[in-house]
Design a protein around this ligand. Structure first.
Ligand code: SAH
Ligand code: SF4
Ligand code: F3S
Length: 443
């Protein structure tokens, strides 16, 4: 059997920002192969770039596969990429006949070869975890979004007992300094004003500079700070144990480093943190935030939480609430614990009943939402810069990001995507704010 070479492709990414970055790289690569990006229903090749972090995330993939059909009723070539591919491998091709290609998150540079194999009737599966190969083989981006991602670090060695990432992404590995500076410059040349450095544990990034000296993430940030045309630097996601003195200090003195830190804690009780193998305590986490706030008093803090980890009692959960009260996050992500096959927590005693998890999640989210509104309201009257990222619904309206990562609507008929606009924040709701334009940056 010989199928025609796909002409149009569609890449759909689920899960974290690192998947978004990988999805963009796959799209570029397929573009270089002469294919063009299209909507899902026109695509001859659909790549589902999947997430395995919670059960619901993984299930989405199978329901999506079942629904994939071209406008003429035929089935496109389907590639399952990302973390479900890594976790389930060839099982996917056994479970559903519709899937032609299974490619793990560290092997997608081989996608064009695999498409060729699939055309001749094979169903290739590649789950290699070769580290940095995928970055080396990638073409350079030519046009970048005003706010672009740059993956600097992959994988995780922390083995939190609930988490699949160490298994799906492999060991912690850092991309080399010089390559990252080159890629950052290319992104800026392509139009990026803001770069968000990405990694499952981004603050564990370490490499050597051009003189052979060891550099950590703070050193990389300080070098990026000197790139003309780059206005903003962010990084995510960080682990509390890798929050070095240097990185905390950078929040105080690197102007382009935005006042925002996403530092997941997961739970407020030391007993649960220990069972999660988080390797930090409630107190050590809070002390880090004290130091970050001392370096940058206006910093917006964000976090991740899991409710209903096995063995979590009412009083453990109360400790999560009290930690949230103490920190007052500007925004946060919270989830019900989802047992993941192959992780130690999945077989722990005392799994928490779903109704209890539902109730705890509701209480936690109500508190987090209240703090988010309070944070947003406290920025009303402040003057700040917005990076315009997309058009709003109204004529002449734009949606931009504040330094604190809030979405702000502003009327600026003359403006263009990628402009930095001086505004005063004038109104604040729970999820978005309004700003009044002060003046447009001279071109
Ligand atoms: N490396 C990052 C985050 C990785 S996953 C960190 O360590 O913080 C993103 C978030 O998903 C985690 O912070 C956690 O809150 C959530 N998560 C991970 N595994 C989960 C599981 N089994 N059930 C529910 N939430 C989970
Ligand atoms: Fe998962 Fe923990 Fe690693 Fe984060 S630090 S990716 S939660 S194992
Ligand atoms: Fe999901 Fe994999 Fe990211 S499991 S959160 S896509 S690292």
């Amino acid at each position: 059997m010989n199928r025609e070479k796909p002409k149009k492709f569609h890449v759909k990414s689920f899960g974290c920002q690192m998947n978004v970055y990988d999805g963009e790289r796959m799209a570029e690569m397929l573009g270089e192969e002469g294919m063009t990006a299209s909507g899902k229903e026109d695509a001859d090749l659909v790549v589902l770039n999947t997430c395995h972090i919670r059960e619901k995330a993984a299930e989405k993939v199978y329901s999506e596969i079942g629904r994939l059909k071209k406008k003429d009723g035929s089935k496109p070539m389907i590639a399952v990429a990302g973390c479900v591919a890594q976790a389930e491998g060839a099982e996917i091709t056994r479970r559903t006949k519709a899937v032609d290609i299974v490619v793990g998150p560290q092997a997608y540079h081989k996608l064009p070869e695999m498409v060729a194999e699939a055309r001749s009737g094979e169903r290739p599966v590649d789950l290699d975890l070769p580290g940095l190969d995928k970055f080396g083989a990638l073409p350079r981006k030519r046009k970048s979004a005003p706010s672009s991602f740059l993956t600097v670090q992959e994988g995780c060695d922390k083995f939190c007992t609930y988490c699949v990432v160490p298994y799906t992404r492999g060991a912690e590995i850092s991309r080399p300094y010089a390559k990252l500076i080159d890629e950052a410059k290319a992104l800026v040349d392509g139009g990026a004003k803001e770069i968000t450095l990405l990694g499952q544990n981004v603050n564990a990034w370490a490499s050597e500079d051009d003189k052979g000296n060891r550099v950590g993430l703070d050193g990389l940030i300080r070098t990026l700070d000197r790139i003309d045309g780059l206005k903003r630097i962010r990084y995510t996601t960080s682990h509390p144990n890798d929050m070095s003195e240097g990185l905390i200090a950078a929040h105080g003195d690197v102007e382009k480093l935005m006042p925002y830190l996403h530092l997941p804690v997961q739970a407020g009780s030391d007993r649960i943190l220990k069972a999660m193998n988080r390797s930090h305590s409630r107190t050590s986490y809070l002390r880090i935030l004290d130091r970050v706030r001392a370096a940058r008093p206006d910093i917006a803090l964000s976090g991740d939480f899991i409710v209903g980890f096995p063995g979590e009692s009412d009083s453990d959960f109360e400790e999560t609430l009290s930690l949230v009260e103490e920190v007052r996050y500007s925004q946060a992500f919270s989830f019900k614990y989802s047992p993941r096959p192959g992780t130690p927590a999945a077989t722990m005693q005392d799994q928490v009943p779903m109704e209890v998890m539902d109730e705890r999640l509701q209480r936690l989210q109500a508190l987090l939402n209240r703090h988010q509104i309070e944070f947003n309201q406290a920025t009303v009257g402040k003057r700040c810069e917005l990076l315009l990222e997309r058009k709003g619904k109204l004529d002449g309206q734009w949606i931009g990001k504040s330094p604190w990562l809030q979405s702000v609507h502003v009327l600026a008929p003359e403006a263009q995507i990628g402009d930095m606009l001086d505004v005063t924040i004038s109104e604040a709701g729970p999820n978005s704010l309004k700003g009044e334009m002060l003046m447009k940056e001279a071109a």
